[in-house]
Design a protein around this ligand. Structure first.
Ligand code: GCU
Length: 607
């Protein structure tokens, strides 16, 4: 390695270590797709590799020179190369592979992706490759050299590739592997489709040699008359200091942040912003200027707090009229990822009468949460600590904490997000309590401006109904309750008589109730799978909700039917979970109208 290269590598390592060590900013470029970038969305070459032949040799040792990541080309007619990206099948990015090819519908394993890209590399720039998400494991190679790997199927990640790209033609190779393993987050059993591949956007960011990596712009604590802006640098020389200009023109804020030797700084400016609400989702244009780069963002300002059993938005009691949503497109089959997908799903939620959405069971793409900011929907955002993860395993905890940190770091400037959810329907035992309590503590250390919750299904029974009884509540600000009266137990009619007790003096959100129905199947209300049965479950659960004194929100399960390997019932499910209020095409079922009427009434009573 040349001395120069050694220095640049050393500085890269220092920067990476420094960026991750300074606590203020993890190694993640905020608002990546709003920065100068070259999109790599579009057609990629792909090789299906069920035996990971492109990664391991016949002794099951990682290849050094023969791996597919080398993207080798024949140089002489006698060369032996048993793969060829240039003549391989194509695959669309972003997009899960399951819904692009029949043979990949149920595939779980490795698919290699490869794309050539041209770069007019400039000496005073840094180049960061950004992935919105790869489910579940990704290994990324630039011009045959591994630049990094990432685990976790629903959070974006980036690698500094400045020292690996060259002027002119370059090649990027990604090994994507969606195999489920017991020691992953989520673990092997989930009630959603295991969509594999590069499921969100890919881009190469072109940034100044030293740039603003992380920023936070929000109200200063509970004081709605001041705004704090924090910034942190990354890149070639964070010690260079200098000043960052933060502007919010509509609030007459033009501030210069002087940076310390760590490349960090912050200002607090008096301001009297119009506070963001679902009814009036006011966003302000914010610009952050440094070293020749102008970062543009649109940020809303609001406060969220709990007061006993109340949830206060901007100091006023709010009832969260919600619905649960999976990240599945209503317009094309498979994973949702773009603005049309997000606008359609959130418009459907608005039409239902919602001011709130539970983005289940994992962090959704950044387009979705930005659209919620724009359209005025409060958000419950969640990491996939789902069902029976390995709570005793420290390495598994580290995976959960990493995904939590990524979720919060990526979306902390989104006003719509008011709740960070740590888990869904986890079994109540000591190891789980320790695991999730530690996650909640970590979440508060990263962001003490939002509420912490989890969806729990460990209620007790009383003579007159149910009691919320879970030690995990102690670590939560808001209690999420999943309860399926009329579907997984009890008759629909029995639900209206249930009285709920809570001994915690904390707000309750019923984060799931519901029933399955095949849209268009009609019959008696006692006939399972008919729209009439589903409507009856909603009718009587709504009657139950009306009597819950601690209730401050509902997110019934679920907006639209979604794919799941757990739902094979021929001619009814066919690998679809039918608890949607809408069919997979977006056609309303009878229960939709019952929930809509309930929300209209709740909205009127809150005005
Ligand atoms: C559970 C779980 C959901 C699942 C739903 C169902 O509560 O949280 O992910 O899809 O019930 O059984 O349909």
């Amino acid at each position: 390695m040349s001395f120069k290269r050694f220095l640049s590598t050393a500085s890269l390592v220092c920067t990476a270590l420094f960026a991750s060590a300074n606590g203020f900013a993890i190694d993640y470029v905020q608002n990546a797709l709003a920065r100068e970038n070259i999109s790599l969305n579009g057609q990629w070459n792909r090789i299906i590799d069920p035996y990971e032949n492109g990664y391991y040799n016949h002794r099951y040792q990682p290849h050094t020179t023969e791996g597919y990541f080398k993207n080798a080309k024949m140089k002489t007619p006698s060369d032996l190369i048993e793969y060829n990206f240039a003549t391989a099948e194509k695959i669309r990015v972003p997009g899960d592979w399951n819904t692009q090819e029949e043979q990949l519908f149920l595939y779980e394993g490795t698919v290699w992706y490869q794309k050539d890209f041209a770069l007019t590399k400039q000496a005073d720039k840094r180049y960061i490759v950004h992935f919105g998400a790869v489910n579940y494991q990704a290994m990324v190679y630039i011009n045959g050299v591994k630049v990094g790997s990432h685990e976790g199927g629903f959070t974006s990640f980036q690698f500094d590739i400045t020292d690996y790209v060259k002027r002119g033609e370059n090649s990027i190779v990604v090994k994507a592997d969606n195999r489920r393993e017991r020691n992953q987050i989520p673990t092997v059993n989930t009630d959603w489709w295991n969509y594999g591949g590069i499921t969100r956007s890919v881009a190469i960011l072109e940034l100044p040699a030293t740039y603003v990596e992380d920023y936070t712009v929000q109200l200063s604590g509970s004081d709605a008359t001041a705004i704090v802006a924090k910034v942190a640098l990354a890149g070639s020389n964070v010690k260079q200091g200098g000043s960052v200009k933060v502007s919010i023109p509509e609030l007459n804020i033009q501030e210069v942040i002087t940076l310390n030797k760590k490349g960090e700084g912050q200002i607090t400016a008096k301001a009297n912003p119009q506070l963001w609400t679902p009814e009036a989702p006011k966003l302000y244009d914010v610009t952050i200027a440094f070293n020749g780069e102008l970062i543009r963002d649109r940020i809303g300002f609001r406060t969220i707090a709990v007061d006993g059993e109340d949830i206060l938005l901007n100091g006023k009691s709010v009832f969260l009229r919600g619905i649960s949503i999976h990240e599945e497109s209503p317009l094309h089959d498979g994973r949702a990822w773009n603005e049309d997908d997000a606008r359609t799903l959130l418009r459907w939620a608005k039409e239902l009468g919602c001011n709130f959405v539970r983005l289940a069971h994992y962090p959704h793409n950044e387009t979705m949460v930005k659209m919620a900011d724009e359209m005025g929907l409060l958000v419950w955002s969640e990491i996939p600590v789902y069902w029976t993860v390995m709570f005793e395993d420290k390495a598994v905890y580290a995976k959960a904490e990493k995904q939590l940190t990524e979720m919060i770091t990526h979306d902390k400037n989104r006003a719509s997000i008011i709740l960070w959810s740590m888990a869904n329907e986890t079994p109540s035992h000591k190891a789980r309590l320790t695991f999730i309590t530690k996650l909640a503590k970590k979440a508060r250390s990263l962001d003490d401006t939002r509420l912490i919750t989890a969806a729990m299904d460990t209620q007790g029974n009383t003579a007159n109904g149910k009691i919320i009884d879970d030690p995990l509540v102690a670590a939560m600000d808001v209690i999420g309750v999943n309860s399926y009266c009329g579907w997984y137990g009890g008759t629909p009619e029995s639900c209206g008589n249930i009285l709920w007790e809570s001994k915690y003096n904390k707000p309750v959100i019923v984060s799931e109730f519901g029933a399955g129905a095949l849209q268009g199947l009609h019959g008696d209300k006692d006939e399972r799978w008919t729209e009439e049965y589903q409507a009856s479950v909603y009718e009587h659960n709504i009657a139950m909700l009306e009597k819950m004194t601690a209730l401050r929100g509902v997110t019934p399960w679920i907006l639209k039917d979604f794919r799941s390997p757990r739902r094979p019932l021929p001619d009814i499910q066919d690998f679809w979970n039918r608890k949607g209020l809408l069919s997979e095409q977006g056609i309303r079922k009878k229960a939709w109208y019952l929930l809509n009427a309930y929300y209209s009434k709740k909205e009127e009573s809150s005005n």
